[in-house]
Design a protein around this ligand. Structure first.
Ligand code: UDX
Length: 437
């Protein structure tokens, strides 16, 4: 099939590359000339495990092409995907200016039947708006389909190639047939392509992310309660997760969810609810609890240092909002850094991938280390903000030797309590008994 993907951001690039991987001819269109040039010359613009290999292979085989020319890009396409940004506007609702702008342009360029697919996360009713925007300039036949993505950063290639499900919102049989053909190679193992109407598909994406954000936030509140009642959240997690109705996944407490999706989508769903006079109370609480959760370690740190952090120096492991990504959007680490610096402390950070992004954003307020152990020098304590694998089984002697005293505040519960006790660390984590020294 001939596919066009408009927008070469995270979703666009992963989708385009993975569509090419099964033999489709994919043209990726973007207005950013520098980016298009880079991509066309074989330099990948995002960090995503496993993507580079697929990207290089399909580029070489000429199944993946990059251009700034929308007209050229869509001329031969059977299906046009819109993978454009929908940033939150000032009121928290998703801003559709890019999506609708491109839809209008597509209307001017269409010749013959094509399916236009919304991949971006967009509020309910957007498929209709895209339809209207194209219709302004085009009288022929076309269909607009809603096909939300459920890609997790860090495992996006796998999520795309072997999805749990593909959700397709369309009321057109013709579009349904094309979408079934397109996704057939990805659901060979028997996972479903679920067809539904457009508004339901649009809402499915928000409902999925909001549900997961709520699940995490629920556990974060249980963790807080564990701390107050002397229970262990790890035990509670195991105790409830074995109930299949609850499930084991997404029950890990920590210092809050971040990233480009959960915060934005929860906020947008609350906002959409307001528009139809509905007060989505659970989600409003989720947003508030998550904001507080990002700074959950701070009172513990302050208490340990008798309420005064002036002149204290901290080593911080992990800047990305989660492991296996360089994404720092809404990353709890950044909130912690700002709070510590605001209290008069200094910070040396290490992250395997995200340091360049942080340097670009808050460059001069912290120092950066070459290795996780270099970050420890002269630090009064170590703070763990992201659970990268390499932080899970470190050389504890090196940690002890690097730090001024053996003190760790762990926002991701990466270490075993008994182990920490036996090593003689002062160790505080989330929802578990503090090991005090
Ligand atoms: C998410 C959705 O999973 C994906 O389907 C959607 O398309 C985009 O948003 P992503 O943002 O890449 O993907 O990250 P994910 O792995 O889902 O984690 C989101 C956040 O939740 C991270 O900050 C993570 O640290 C946090 N989290 C996750 C927890 O705090 N506890 C958990 O148990 C799981």
């Amino acid at each position: 099939m001939k596919i066009t993907v408009v927008g070469t951001g995270y979703v666009g690039l992963v989708s385009g590359t993975c569509f090419a991987e099964t033999g489709n001819k994919v043209t990726c269109v973007d207005i950013d000339e520098k980016k298009v040039q880079k991509l066309a010359n074989g330099t990948i613009t995002i960090y995503e495990p496993g993507l580079e290999k697929l990207f290089q292979r399909n580029l070489k085989e000429e199944r993946l092409i990059f251009t700034t020319d929308l007209a050229e890009g869509i001329k031969e396409a059977d299906i046009i995907f819109l993978a454009l940004p929908t940033p939150p506007g000032e009121d928290g609702s998703a801003d559709l200016k890019y999506v609708l702008g491109v839809a209008e342009q597509i209307g001017k360029l269409l010749v013959g039947y094509k399916v236009i697919v919304n991949k971006s996360t967009v509020p309910v009713g957007t498929a209709q708006k895209v339809h209207n925007a194209i219709r302004k300039n085009y009288n022929g036949e076309f269909d607009v389909v809603s096909n939300p993505e459920f890609l997790r950063e860090g495992v996006a290639v796998d999520d795309f190639m072997k999805p749990d499900r593909v959700v397709v919102g369309t009321s057109s049989e013709r579009a349904k047939k094309l979408m079934s053909e397109l996704y057939a190679p990805y659901v060979r193992q028997g996972n479903p392509v679920i067809f539904m109407d457009e508004p339901s598909a649009e809402l499915t994406k928000y409902a999925a992310n909001s549900f997961l954000a709520t699940k995490i936030t629920f556990m974060n509140e249980i963790a807080r309660l564990c701390e107050l009642l002397g229970a262990d959240v790890d035990m509670v997690r195991k105790g409830i997760g074995t109930d299949e109705r609850i499930g084991k996944r997404f029950l890990f407490p920590g210092i809050g969810y971040g990233g480009s999706c959960f915060p934005k989508d929860v906020q947008a769903l609350v906002r959409s609810s307001h528009e139809v006079d509905y007060d989505f109370k659970i989600l409003e609480s989720v947003m508030q609890v998550n904001e507080d959760q990002k700074l959950h370690l701070l009172p513990k740190i302050k208490k340990y240092f008798n309420g005064n952090l002036v002149g204290k120096h901290f080593a911080l492991w992990g800047l990305a909002f989660k492991p296996n990504t360089d994404d720092i959007r809404e990353a709890p680490a950044l909130y912690i850094i700002k709070a510590l610096v605001g209290e008069g402390a200094t910070v040396t950070a290490y992250d395997p991938e995200a340091m360049p992004n942080v340097k670009a954003q808050v460059n001069d307020i912290i120092n950066y280390a070459e290795t996780q152990y270099d970050a420890l020098k002269e630090a009064d304590a170590l703070i763990i903000a992201t659970e990268w694998n390499e932080f899970r089984t470190p050389e504890f002697e090196k940690i002890a030797a690097g730090l001024k005293s053996k003190v760790i505040f762990d926002g991701r519960n990466v270490f075993d309590l008994q182990h920490m006790e036996s090593l003689g660390f002062h160790y505080e984590s989330v929802g578990r008994k503090p090991i005090t020294k």
